[in-house]
Write a protein that binds this ligand. Sequence first.
Ligand code: ADP
Ligand code: MG
Length: 292
Amino acid sequence: STPVAIFCALTKAAISGLLVKGGDYIETLSGIQTVAFDKTGTITRGEFTVTDFSVVVDDTSIESLLYWVSCIESKSSHPMAAALVEYGMSNSTKPIPEYVENFQNFPGEGVFGTIDGKDIYIGNRRIGARAGCERVDCQFQSNEISTRKQHCRPTLVGVFSLADTCRSGALEAIEELKLLGVRSVMLTGDSAQVAMYVQSQLNHALDIVHAELLPADKALIIQNFKKDGLTAMIGDGMNDAPALATADIGISMGISGSALANETGNAILMSNDIRKIPEMIRVARKTTRKLI
Ligand code: ADP
Ligand code: MG
């Protein structure tokens, strides 16, 4: 049976927008030492805009490149994909997902598809390496598109830049956690450069930042934090489901989060307001104190 105090805490959490799946997690919350946040969609809004787009080879038109990209990305549910499709639309490019063959999603890397007889990879440097692209170590830090025609060497054909912004309550949440003696960590599959930019936007308040992680790396890092004490992971389920499942408490973002995250998570943050996390740790601490 659930003690009254725990029941009250669960209700309080639910009213403030955090659905906790069971009283045991109130106790977990009260003892949390580390809170790990996913970047995209958790610390940031996950609403990207394309700020720059360029073709880097002469024999490809910007129109066909935009068309290939929007067709392939229309098959992905990543927030970046939505921005690229949107960008195509605003440039009169209508995606036709049915024209894409062999579509593949590489979590934490990007996507692949065959269109107009071309094998196309879209994503970060990892996907460039996967495509066998030679220029992956070049000056480009942003997202890249490479094509590989059959029997030809792969080439980098385009580069696009995407921008996302921090959620308004992100800094407050981290500062509040600090007051509670809880360390804040950011885990991201994005580049170190982008990760450090986000950290600077947060006045360097994050205690630890890890970038260029694959979904399995995020889970491994959580495993390590758990050695130091109870660890919470907050994410949107997009490439962080294994980390959510590994944490002592996995909290999934309710709005725009994937259904997978809601199933994996031990709690759902309905409002997407991450300031509720320190608030609930405070409530949980009061509750458990009442019990002893
Ligand atoms: P985060 O850990 O910040 O939530 P993800 O793990 O979801 O980020 O993605 C990591 C990186 O993989 C992105 O920054 C992007 O470079 C690349 N990526 C993932 N999915 C796509 C996609 N559909 N199109 C282009 N790039 C992608
Ligand atoms: Mg993510």
